[in-house]
Ligand binder design. Structure first.
Ligand SMILES: *[C@@H]1O[C@H](CO)[C@@H](O)[C@H](O)[C@H]1NC(C)=O
Ligand SMILES: *[C@@H]1O[C@H](CO)[C@@H](O)[C@H](O)[C@H]1NC(C)=O
Ligand SMILES: *[C@@H]1O[C@H](CO)[C@@H](O)[C@H](O)[C@H]1NC(C)=O
Length: 375
């Protein structure tokens, strides 16, 4: 009897220890071999640092709450992909392509994102140099060549490896912000209706993502464009009597409607990839929808200011972005926006968690990133 109890204890103990091992290995071993990122300033982590551009954030107070200081991230702390990389079990952040050097970095994944970048080539030119989506995809092609060399030309190994990686693609914001809704510098809004413009963007987006697929990507999370009509920059620009009385419920509807057309097309694009491209597992992450939750339930998330940047100049701290050495707000945890355009780290944490584990079909479709890992 005693013996049996002891054996049982031993077995339980063993089970306990093994579960501990399992838990700790879940923490230290990434769930996927690699994580690659395409995007704009929402997820750029330093690719623009050496470029001649106004779209740069490698100065204080950007990064004021980040362990590595002003790295080029356009927020006070971590970006959405920094947090996603932790949720995926990576111990280190995914490096900027511009700074990546070692073979292990190439194998683990790279961040190609570039502030001011758009799907259209001319997008963001008003701010200076950047890597457009097409150039980001070309850089991914260069990275795949490096990976092929690391695997000694064994293309089976390359495609096995890449087919397990998670790809994050967040493009389109600047095609509205720094193109379509900047009519004094860009002619697109005179030439195209919102519907035609969205179709043109989707055509080009599909073409580039097809290249990404052909280079070996299978698991791709396509991130929707957020409610740009509600960011401090647009609230400051369109602070007209008829559509703004100081609350975020009075966002610029014209902008949000145009974006909704594009986002709807993204869902169709994701479905098409899944239907027509063998092995493709694309998902759509609806940050437009998620941001409604952050605003509607702001107080339950602890946000007190949703219409002003924590750091910036002018109306809503939204007319000019956060300048070098400017004093930001003290209580960054209470702000939804860090500057005129970009969410605070705390908002990024919520967006990342939603993308990773939301069970709401309106936020993640058809599955979340955690399920995409296992797909
Ligand atoms: C390529 O790698 C695969 C998987 O590791 C292996 O089975 C195969 O033999 C390799 N092919 C060549 C030509 O080395
Ligand atoms: C803002 O205006 C709308 C109507 O245009 C009104 O419903 C809303 O209550 C107003 N909000 C505030 C805070 O005044
Ligand atoms: C706000 O929170 C409630 C309760 O969790 C939820 O039912 C509702 O859908 C949220 N609002 C939005 C816009 O997501």
């Amino acid at each position: 009897m005693k013996m049996m109890v002891m054996q049982r204890h031993a077995r339980l103990m063993m089970f306990f220890v093994m579960s501990l091992v399992k838990v700790s290995s879940a923490w230290s071993t990434p769930q996927v071999p690699c994580f690659f990122i395409f995007g704009d300033s929402l997820v750029d982590n330093g690719n623009n640092n050496a470029l001649l551009t106004l779209a740069r954030a490698n100065y204080m107070p950007y990064g004021i709450d980040f362990s590595e200081g002003s790295s080029g991230r356009f927020t006070n702390g971590r970006t959405m992909v920094d947090i996603l990389s932790r949720l995926l079990g990576f111990r280190n952040y995914i490096p900027a392509y511009a700074n990546a050097r070692t073979p292990s970095e190439y194998l683990r994944g790279l961040n190609f994102a570039s502030g001011a970048a758009g799907i259209r080539e001319e997008t963001g030119d008003n701010l200076g140099q950047h890597y457009s989506f097409m150039e980001q995809v070309e850089n991914f092609g260069n990275a795949v060549r490096v990976i092929r060399r690391i695997f000694r030309g064994n293309t089976t190994r390359v495609s096995d490896h890449l087919s397990q990686c998670i790809f994050f693609s967040g493009m389109g914001s600047n095609d509205y912000l720094n193109n379509y809704f900047m009519p004094n510098l860009y002619s697109s809004s005179y030439e195209y209706s919102p519907k035609t413009f969205a179709s043109l963007l989707l055509e080009e987006y599909t073409r580039q993502l097809t290249n990404v697929y052909n280079l070996g990507a299978r698991k791709v999370a396509v991130i929707g464009v957020g409610q740009i009509g509600c960011i401090p920059y647009e609230l400051a620009r369109y602070n007209t009597n008829d559509n703004n009385n100081g609350t975020q419920s009075h966002c610029n509807n014209k902008i949000n409607k145009a974006i909704a057309i594009f986002n709807k097309g993204l869902v169709k694009m994701v479905n098409r990839f899944n239907d027509q491209f063998p092995g493709a597992k694309f998902i759509y992450v609806n940050t437009f929808e998620s941001s409604k939750d952050l605003v509607e339930n702001a107080s339950s998330y602890g946000f007190e200011v949703i219409d002003k940047g924590c750091c910036g100049v002018g109306r809503n701290n939204g007319q000019i972005t956060c300048l070098p050495l400017q004093q930001p707000c003290q209580d960054r945890r209470k702000y939804l926006f860090w500057d005129a355009f970009h969410p605070t780290e705390f908002a990024n944490i919520i967006y990342a968690k939603k993308a990773y584990s939301s069970t709401s079909k309106s936020e993640v479709y058809p599955v979340n990133i955690r399920q995409l890992v296992m797909a």
